[in-house]
Design a protein around this ligand. Structure first.
Ligand SMILES: *Cc1c(COP(=O)(O)O)cnc(C)c1O
Length: 373
């Protein structure tokens, strides 16, 4: 039986001996004697901003913190509401809660995964200060629609691009906006050797506030201008990320090839819904997510056939104990998020996967879903 693991960072680094390049970069950083807010970070920030077709990048300790600091830099705090997708990773909500504001969930479009821009309008109140479009699984949200909505109501737009490094929106990179938060968690499309994150922005004043926030409120030394925090992207991570950034487009192209092969092979398989791509979007394929009924049984049978899958995410955020007491979605008010939590299944989409490995997955899924089985 040939086994297909879900995702292995080690195999990604083996492609074209990226591991050798990472080793050299890490050695350079560890021997430099400079470990935070140094030249590797400066270079990575300039290179990642350029990659995103934007002006400024501010590295942070992780993606959750990038989101939180972006919200704070926009003045979001206690008493404010922030519109968030009901279907997302919990970090999107936690970032809002960390500022003292309240996350207000908005459902995805019917038969989609992403925030429904048509439903944003009815979620706005006098307390609403910002909206967080999440480019979930690597597919960009319709930023033109979000931008028009936000401008109408005077809201800040803080994008959660933790899963969308390299995606494009009507030809423009995800990351070319006003406040775009990225995560460099090792499993993301661009991952560090541990935790990391960044905010990319076109606004020099916002970038300055973010640099204060991440460093105890000080630009340098003990000149504390505000009550900041400590959330920095360290030199070793920045050095590794500079190497991996150079391979990101190749890796995303490989993910796209895997995804296309899945979609073609699964087109004729009854009982599985494959992911759509908007005609204006370039998908980063952080995850290839199908929907099936009886998901847990399908996942168990795939596992028995040697195909490892994951679920992003098994419990809707408002149903987790972390948020259950806030009462969102009481009386079944967030049915789409709950249905997605029950039906989504992520197939392996590692850039190193061979055509044979992809075929192993689709054949196993076809066998599991076959009416006679
Ligand atoms: C990974 C992720 C985050 C948080 O990033 P960390 O670096 O793990 O803190 C936020 N939002 C989404 C959608 C994510 O996938």
């Amino acid at each position: 039986m040939s086994c297909v693991p879900f995702f292995e960072v080690r195999r990604l680094h083996e492609l074209n001996d990226v591991q050798g390049e990472i080793d050299a970069a890490v050695l350079r950083a560890t021997r430099s004697g400079w470990y935070t807010l140094g030249p590797e970070l400066d270079s990575f920030e300039a290179e990642f901003a350029a990659y995103c077709e934007n002006a400024h990048c501010v590295g942070t300790g992780n993606g959750l913190s990038a989101l939180e600091l972006a919200l704070r830099a926009h003045g979001v705090g206690p008493g404010d509401d922030v519109l968030v997708p009901s279907h997302t990773f919990i970090a999107t909500w936690l970032a809002v809660s960390a500022t003292g504001a309240r996350p207000v969930p908005v459902e995805p479009a019917e038969d989609g995964f992403l925030l429904d821009t048509e439903q944003l309008e009815s979620a706005v109140t006098a307390r609403t200060r910002a909206v967080i479009p999440v480019h979930l699984y690597g597919h960009p949200v319709d930023l033109d629609a979000v931008g028009r909505f936000a401008a109408r109501h005077g809201l800040a737009v803080v994008e959660d691009a933790a899963q969308a490094h390299g995606a494009r929106h009507r030809g423009r990179r995800v990351g070319s906006g006003n406040a775009v938060a990225f995560s460099f968690y090792p499993g993301k499309n661009l991952g560090a050797l541990g935790d990391g994150g960044a905010v990319v922005t076109d606004d020099p004043a916002l970038a300055d506030r973010l640099r204060l926030h991440r460093n105890y409120g000080a630009q340098q030394g003990y000149d504390h201008r505000m009550q900041g925090t400590n959330s920095r992207l360290d030199e070793v991570q920045a050095a590794a990320l500079r190497v991996k950034l150079r391979h990101l487009d190749d890796w995303n192209a490989r993910r796209n090839r895997v995804a296309s092969r899945y979609t073609a092979a699964l087109a004729g398989v009854p009982g599985v819904v494959t992911p759509d791509v908007a005609p204006w979007a370039e998908h980063a394929w952080h995850q290839y997510v199908v929907r099936v009924t009886d998901r847990d049984a399908v996942q168990a049978r795939l596992s028995a056939a040697g195909v490892e899958t994951r679920v992003h995410y098994p419990v809707a955020v408002h149903r987790t104990p972390a948020y259950a007491e806030e009462g969102f979605g009481a009386d079944g008010g967030l049915p789409r998020a709950e249905r997605l939590a029950a039906e989504v299944l992520s197939l392996p989409v590692g850039p190193y996967l061979s055509d044979e490995a992809v075929d192993t997955v689709t054949e196993a899924l076809g066998a599991v879903l076959a009416p006679s089985s």
